[in-house]
Design a protein around this ligand. Structure first.
Ligand code: NIG
Ligand code: FE
Length: 391
């Protein structure tokens, strides 16, 4: 057995309320014992075990937080849409139209290019403190290209999502129903071995409520678990469908009706907010307060994609959430860690309970508040995943 004691932690965020009665479960002057990649004990530095410790690691009074769980990304793609971003910043509005450009580039790319693009993004995410990443397809939109995207995604993470229903590709624009048949038939068949989740972009310019239901049901029948892009661009039926199908998460949810909030509050479905998309499309940020007042579980994720949110950086997302969306610094950190884990229905990550995966970051700061207080500053000094230092 390998055992490592990380000691002299100035502030440890465990997300285990038993430590201090708050959601973040803070321990000041703490230590963390890791055995075989798993948290074996968390407590006061002065009470840390001293026997049979193989390695000892001095955190030098810094804050330690659970690894971020990024529960929503689109990292398998080729091409660049910086010109589209520039045009938006000069006043153009965002629609889902640019997705077609990325589809064209993704189809034309070699597997090695897609693999190395994705690898660069995964490494970038790990370096900013993310230790679990969900990754969607959705820029292939043909049987072979979706299968290829999911095979690549699966080589990086178990949290893979089939998003064949991202938009209707150009060659099916005249007969979109045939595309729904393709997604729910041969495409689903080809990707199922590499996919854990199924997702649909249910919004203006993408898929209708009826199509979304049909597609999610087909995925569920194949053993995939549902999640949905809902109410990003306007109010619609996406949230209702997500709740109806017991989706693990409804994502974006920037336009919610009272009924949506009510439905979510009576469900287990997480609301995942993606402020990188509002930032990058210059759209109004949603206010988290009505969701929290209704006791809805809220996650924060990056939505990393080349069109509407080209960032892997969760500290940046946390800073926006605090400044623009009325998250407290505590709630924002919880949403980017435990919230993400709940959005993936995982109980082994997103926290540092005994038995959790030893995924955490050491900050170049003595409090987690600095994540929002010092925006744009790289505070992620070290990253540990499964008990091993990866940065
Ligand atoms: O989550 N909303 C749909 N899909 C992506 C955007 C994709 C793109 O513009 O390339 C999103 O924001
Ligand atoms: Fe997305």
């Amino acid at each position: 057995m390998t055992s490592t004691l990380v000691f002299n932690i100035g502030q440890l965020v465990t997300n285990d309320p038993q430590h201090d009665g708050t959601k973040l479960g803070l321990i000041e002057d703490a230590a963390l014992l890791i055995e075989d990649g798993v948290v074996a004990w968390a407590g006061l530095n002065s009470q840390a075990p001293t026997h049979h410790i193989k390695h000892r690691f001095d955190a030098r009074g810094r804050a330690v937080i659970p690894g971020f769980v990024d529960s929503h990304t689109h990292m398998i793609f080729a091409g660049d849409r910086s010109q589209e971003f520039r045009a938006r910043m000069l006043g153009e509005s965002y629609g889902a139209g640019g997705i077609a450009h990325t589809v064209e580039k993704t189809r034309a790319a070699t597997t090695e290019q897609l693999q190395s693009n994705a690898q660069a993004l995964f490494i970038e995410a790990y370096a900013s403190g993310t230790t679990t990443i969900e990754c969607k397809s959705g820029y292939g939109l043909s049987v072979d290209d979706e299968q290829r995207s999911l095979e690549i995604a699966r080589s990086f993470t178990q949290e893979t999502t089939f998003l064949g229903a991202h938009v209707v590709p150009v060659e099916y624009k005249k007969n979109p129903k045939d595309y729904v048949d393709l997604v729910t038939g041969p495409m689903l068949e080809a990707v199922a071995p590499f996919s854990k989740w199924i997702d649909v972009f249910c919004d203006k310019g993408a898929f209708s409520a009826d199509d979304a239901r049909t597609i999610l049901k087909a995925g569920i029948a194949k053993g995939l678990l549902p999640r949905i892009h809902a109410n990003q661009l306007q109010e619609g039926a996406g949230v209702k469908i997500g709740v109806e199908m017991d989706a693990a998460s409804v994502d974006h949810v920037s336009h919610l009706s009272e009924k949506d909030i009510e439905a979510l509050s009576r469900s287990k479905t997480v609301a995942t907010l993606l402020p990188g998309a509002e930032f990058s499309t210059r759209s109004p940020y949603p206010d988290v307060r009505p969701l929290l007042e209704a006791s809805i579980t809220v996650a924060l994720a990056s939505d990393c994609n080349p069109g509407s949110s080209y960032t892997t950086n969760l500290p940046f997302i946390i800073a926006i959430a605090v400044r623009e969306m009325h998250f407290s610094p505590e709630q924002a950190l919880w949403s980017a860690t435990m919230g993400g884990a709940k959005a993936l229905r995982r109980d082994d990550i997103g926290h540092l309970f005994e038995g959790a995966r030893a995924d955490f970051s050491i900050l170049n700061a003595d409090s987690y508040i600095h994540l929002a207080y010092r925006p744009g500053v790289n505070l992620i000094e070290q990253v540990w995943r499964d008990g091993l230092q990866i940065k």
